[in-house]
Design a protein around this ligand. Structure first.
Ligand code: UT7
Length: 331
């Protein structure tokens, strides 16, 4: 049987920084409020001419280079995004495949908001274990600044842009294998976090839509509570089902939405400070890109070594959630 292994990681962060102080000149907020309530100090914003696919390409190039594979070896590309280059089509995954010069790939996008990277991981694992694919490039890429309402202080302080990518490869060595991936959803909570207009369910006729039609809206406080509950429950289940204690986890890498959410979940799971990976202060919430960007951070700082066990945990619009137990398995 083929197993799926997490072979390499890469990320890209756009240059421009939007600080809390900058935001305080745009809406009624302060560095102090944002820092205390979210832990975010700054976020990066893509240039006008920089698309989600451009950031995805840069992250993917790095992951590919680090995998030691050639472009021709990649047989599938999955892009997790809620800020695609184009509404409907072509998918951002196909745009990225063209920009990378990938031929003979299956390429498609995943819409699972902040859980998108974990959903992509579960798809890569399933395709590889079934023998249908051998090397899958999974990408989380977001230009959330394009769908953020910068007059809404309840959301605009949270989000940033960026991309992360990983290569998932077939292996016959079980010790290298992704141990488990959980994914779930409950559409009853769909209205907590949504872009209400712009689709076929929109109240407006496409021709009447205002430019703000695709902006995100969030019931922040309710989302916060469901996030803590769901993230904790999901981790308890995946650890129990696989007979793994939380102290065996070297790196707990939760979706970076809010420091207070991460702290509450980490405390409930009795994670030590050194186990918990935090990037929310410098990147804010980058939705589907946040987990691979965080993995790349510990990789580039030398904290992530071969064989170390990572626990991923995400939660996002839909609502969706997911977790994954993964040994880092570079060649
Ligand atoms: O990635 C997907 C999942 N997303 C999340 O998990 C995000 C979850 N939610 C959150 O992170 C938090 O709910 C927020 C950071 C969005 C908000 O923090 P909160 O502690 O839940 O604040 P709140 O919404 O309960 O608002 C408290 C007060 C309100 O004022 P009053 O009614 O008490 O006078 C808000 O109007 O804070 C006010 N407020 C602000 N004040 C200054 C809301 N946003 C701001 C702001 N600056 N940016």
């Amino acid at each position: 049987m083929a197993y799926a292994s997490f072979r390499s990681i890469g990320a890209y962060v756009p240059k421009k920084i939007l600080s809390n102080k900058d935001l305080a000149t745009m809406v009624d907020t302060s560095d102090d409020w944002i820092t205390k309530r979210t832990g975010i100090k700054e976020r990066h914003i893509a240039a006008k001419e920089e698309f989600t696919s451009d950031m995805g390409v840069k992250a993917a190039e790095l992951a590919l280079e680090r995998s030691g594979l050639a472009k021709e070896d990649i047989d599938m590309l999955v892009c997790a995004t809620i800020s695609p280059d184009y509404f409907c089509m072509p998918s951002t995954a196909t745009v990225i495949s063209a920009k990378l010069g990938l031929k003979n790939v299956t390429a498609f996008d995943i819409s699972a908001a902040c859980t998108g990277f974990i959903y992509s991981l579960s798809i890569a694992k399933a395709f590889i274990e079934s023998g249908m694919k051998k090397n899958v490039l999974i990408i989380g890429a977001e230009k959330l600044s394009a769908i953020t309402d910068y007059s809404d202080r309840g959301t605009c302080i949270l989000f940033g842009d960026g991309a992360g990518a990983a290569v998932i490869s077939a292996t016959d060595n079980k010790a290298e294998a992704i141990i488990d991936v959980h994914t779930g959803a409950d559409g009853e909570y769909g209205d907590l976090l949504m872009t209400p207009n712009g689709g076929s369910g929109s109240a407006h006729d496409a021709l009447e839509q205002e430019s703000s039609s695709c902006f995100m809206q969030m019931k922040g406080n309710e989302t916060f509570k469901v996030a803590v509950r769901t993230l904790t429950k999901d981790v308890v289940e995946i650890l129990e089902e696989n007979g793994i204690q939380s102290d065996a986890i070297k790196h707990f890498i939760p979706h970076q939405a809010n420091y207070r959410i991460i702290k509450a979940v980490g405390d409930a799971l009795k994670m030590k400070e050194e186990q918990v990976v935090l990037t929310v202060a410098k990147y804010g919430n980058t939705s589907g890109a946040s987990i691979p960007m965080a993995i790349n951070d510990i990789y580039e700082s030398g904290r992530l070594q071969k064989g170390e066990l990572m626990l991923l945990d995400a939660f996002g619009g839909g609502l969706t959630w997911g977790s994954a137990l993964i040994p880092f398995s570079p060649k």
